[in-house]
Ligand binder design. Structure first.
Ligand code: SF4
Length: 383
């Protein structure tokens, strides 16, 4: 681990904040509520810039881990000076940074700390604020709706107040606290076209347009817009061609097998992905057998993973979720990325349909409805 370039060096030094530069360099960093995927000032909120400004004051670890990836950052400037937070990680730099076109790292440290204190998720909250900013831009909402706050892209001064409003359900915060799906349904006026969520969960900081497999992964994720069911690494690193749909349904399924088992083991992704890989393999089998005393083989481990994911799907189906809900925000299927290194990329609706057909068929779920078939449930021992 100590010799590994990420776990031995980059992660203990700056957590996941290095992904800001990496994603921006290939044009897949959510910016301006995903209107764009390149942020000219991304370098100002990158881990390297925060290190150069001496904002890092220490790091801590989960039990027994030598990577110690929990970085403590301290804001140094202006009204935020002196505020310390465990984080922000990459996802929060996206949510309170690039997606709001905010290039002030001190404000992001303060917003991260406040969100932790209030017990609210930074990704969902940031995406909701970005949606309000686009509503302002389009004249759907004005400062009259936000008690005078000027919620416009690039204005870091309103972020803490907006977080407090949401947490306390004050004024417009009462609607926003329901999340961007419900808020856009209530406000209307076409604002659902740029409400960035899947199944009501606001999207994480990994593109659906610039990584086609990730797009499918979000659409079929049990949780909605989560980056923890399907992972972006294989496409982002170039191991898989991010611009094509061929092979992506199989990739998504195999990747979800790994995340389902990893989550059940409570295995840190930062260890699992570099050392054991994106898919279940003999390495995982050996690890699990040594830890548990089980005597599993790879087929049995895959079967357990499929049972987990299909059970999650059955839970969702019981709540009325089917193929009709395995969709992406309209922005990702209608609007190509307008500029930057990934210019022109998006997921055409027919591409998503083709990937869904193949994915359901690989899973043994009904192609028309996305509901697991009786045969599959029997095979997995779920009935
Ligand atoms: S277990 Fe994972 S999250 Fe925890 S300190 Fe280690 S690398 Fe970081």
């Amino acid at each position: 681990m100590k010799k590994h370039p990420a776990l031995g060096k980059a992660i203990p030094s700056m957590g996941s904040t290095g992904s800001i530069d990496g994603n921006n360099s290939i044009g897949i960093l959510g910016t301006r509520n995903w209107q764009r995927e390149t942020f000219e000032n991304a370098w100002k909120i990158s881990g390297n810039a925060m290190l150069e400004q001496n904002l890092r004051i220490g790091h801590k670890a989960c039990s027994s881990c030598i990577a110690r990836s929990a970085i403590f950052w301290k804001a140094r400037c202006g009204e935020y000076a002196g505020i310390v937070s465990r984080g922000p990680e990459y996802e929060t730099l996206y949510a309170y940074g690039s997606i709001l076109e905010n290039d002030n790292p001190d404000s992001i440290i303060a917003a991260d700390r406040l969100s932790d204190e209030l017990g609210i998720d930074t990704m969902s909250t940031g995406v909701v604020i970005a949606w309000v900013m686009e509503c302002f831009e389009k004249g759907i909402l004005t400062a009259k709706d936000t008690d005078g706050l000027d919620v416009v892209f690039g204005n870091h001064k309103i972020i803490l107040d907006m977080i407090r409003k949401i947490a306390k359900r004050e004024g417009i915060g009462d609607i926003l606290a329901e999340g961007v799906k419900v808020a856009s349904e209530r406000i209307g006026k076409g604002s659902n076209e740029f409400a960035i969520h899947v199944k009501g969960l606001e999207l994480a900081g990994h593109t659906a347009r610039g990584l086609k497999g990730m797009g499918l992964g979000y659409a079929v994720s049990s949780r909605g817009g989560s980056h923890q069911d399907t992972r972006p690494g294989a496409e982002r690193s170039g191991k898989l061609d991010r611009a094509v749909i061929e092979g992506k349904p199989e990739h998504v399924l195999k990747n979800q097998r790994m995340t389902a088992i990893g989550d059940s083991l409570i295995l840190c992704r930062r260890h699992a992905e570099p050392f054991f890989g994106e898919y279940l393999s003999e390495k995982y089998v050996e690890l699990i057998n040594l830890l548990t005393g089980f005597n599993l083989d790879l087929d049995e481990l895959n079967m357990i993973a499929d049972r987990i994911y299909t059970l999650e799907r059955m839970f969702n189906c019981r709540e009325g979720i089917t193929r009709k809900d395995d969709i992406l925000p309209p922005r990702f299927t209608k609007e190509p990325i307008p500029d930057g290194p990934s210019k022109g990329m998006f997921i055409r609706p027919e591409e998503l349909d083709m990937m869904l057909d193949e994915y359901y068929s690989l899973r043994g779920w009904d192609i028309k409805t996305g509901i697991p078939t009786q045969e599959k449930l029997i095979e997995l021992g779920l009935v």
